[in-house]
Design a protein around this ligand. Structure first.
Ligand code: NAD
Length: 419
């Protein structure tokens, strides 16, 4: 987590956003109490044998927020900074995200406190297999389906799928999504989050009458979401002027070639010192002159301290929780259109849903069919949120939250309180 946001608590922020929408919806206090509290929080302490023979105990979490619309769904992140409150916030956002795009899942998230960059592949595999075993008491293809998130990838998903399957005695691909294609992964899943970001940004650009061709784009984070988004925006004819990772930011007002930057990052481990670009400090990526800003790294980076200096006309949130409620107010006031995380990055969970359906049916679709189905869902969700924002004259985050929370509240209400 960045130094200036070390006091930042994502769960407090998620609850604050929830309360704003709940108030506007007129939800009862009883319903608010149900929806602001996660259904399950599991903490596990897992001993892992390191390559040097020592044993280190790691702490991990799995949180399920609300499962009234379907099984819980959400990624697993590996990070030295992950906390239970962060995972609770991310699980809540997953409930709203699945509801806003209308896919039949509830919200979950997981995390392990570790630094994968300092671990060997063998250590990571043992950590993953032990974590998968410990959380298997609540995870399963019909109860809770993990996926990749920060610092986890298809290989990690393959280890989780294999571990779960070993315990059951036969292959159960539907227990995780974001797997490699060879074991039941889906075409298009790797690019899905970035593709969804592009679809809704196109819609937003059209809404404000801004041509995408030639638009200047700045992207924070150069991993699965940000790295692929850079390539897609570049292919769309946009000018990618700034890219960043945890080490810093590179900027060139004439535009950067994302494929060349990716090669550079693969060789050097960072985007920094890319030839033909100026090096800036990590957070400066948020303030460079641009038309579209895509935060695609971590939470709490656009705050009341820097929102006034954001120059973009559209902020498309590939990351979860990048903008604080105070920053939201500042951006809305100055006419910046923020496409909220639960809508902007929902392409990932939507294609995860396609992967799960394909695994359950053992019947697989082609990439054209997947991209086309994704576009229909993303466009429909964008239009519904935009309509809600016009109706209430509010920002798109409040509109998206209202739409989503009303759907989850309705499912919770109609199922009733057991017993
Ligand atoms: P990733 O691990 O592939 O990439 C993360 C990137 O962010 C890396 O380039 C890293 O260097 C950079 N980064 C980390 N800390 C940073 C900092 N403080 N400042 C600047 N850059 C920093 O992770 P990802 O899967 O791309 O996820 C990124 C964000 O997108 C997260 O918020 C995640 O929850 C969200 N998201 C991802 C998916 C998905 O399918 N991968 C789906 C929905 C949302």
């Amino acid at each position: 987590m960045l130094e200036h946001v070390s006091m930042f608590n994502p769960y407090h922020m998620a609850v604050q956003q929830f309360e704003l929408a709940a108030e506007k919806l007129g939800l009862s206090e009883d319903m608010r109490e149900i929806l602001r509290t996660p259904k399950r929080e599991l903490t596990v302490n897992i001993p892992v044998r390191l390559d040097n023979g020592r044993i280190k105990t790691f702490t991990g979490f799995r949180v399920q927020h609300n499962v009234n619309r379907g099984p819980a769904k959400g990624g697993i992140r590996y990070s030295p900074d992950v906390t239970l409150d962060e995972v609770k916030a991310l699980a809540m956002w997953m409930s709203w995200k699945c509801a806003v795009v209308g896919i039949p899942f509830g919200g979950a998230k997981g995390g392990v406190i570790c630094n994968p960059k300092q671990m060997t592949p063998g250590e990571l595999e043992r950590l993953t297999r032990r974590f998968a075993t410990e959380i298997s008491i609540i995870v399963g293809p019909h109860s809770d389906i993990p996926a990749p998130d920060v610092n986890t990838n298809p290989q990690v998903m393959a280890w989780i799928m294999d571990t779960y399957s070993m315990h059951e005695g036969f292959s159960i691909p539907a227990v995780v999504t974001g797997k490699p294609l060879s074991i039941g992964g889906s075409e298009g899943r790797n690019e899905a989050t970035a593709t969804g970001v592009l679809f809704v940004t196109r819609r937003a650009a059209h809404r404000i009458g801004m041509p995408l061709k030639g638009a200047r784009v700045a992207i924070q984070g150069f991993g699965n979401a940000g790295g692929i988004a850079a390539r897609l925006f570049h292919n769309e004819g946009c000018k990618v002027v700034a890219l960043s990772d945890s080490q810093g930011c590179i900027y060139n007002e004439a535009g950067l070639d994302p494929t060349a930057v990716l090669r550079h990052k693969q060789e050097r481990g960072t985007v920094m010192n890319f030839p033909l670009a100026r090096s800036l400090r990590p957070l400066e990526v948020l303030e460079v002159p641009c038309d579209i800003l895509v935060p695609a790294a971590v939470e709490g980076v656009i705050t009341s301290a820097n929102a006034g200096r954001v120059q973009a006309r559209i902020v498309s949130e590939a990351a979860n929780g990048p903008t604080t409620p105070e920053a939201d107010r500042i951006l809305f006031k100055k006419g910046c259109l923020v496409i909220p995380d639960i809508l902007a990055n929902a392409g990932g969970v939507t294609v995860s849903y396609f992967e799960w359906v394909q695994d359950l049916q053992s019947f697989f679709w082609g990439v054209e069919e997947i991209t086309q189905k994704l576009e229909v869902i993303m466009n429909r969700a964008f239009d519904a949120v935009a309509q809600e924002a016009d109706r209430y004259n509010c920002d798109m985050r409040l509109a998206a939250n209202m739409l989503a929370i009303a759907r989850v509240a309705e499912a919770t209400q109609v199922r009733g309180i057991y017993p």
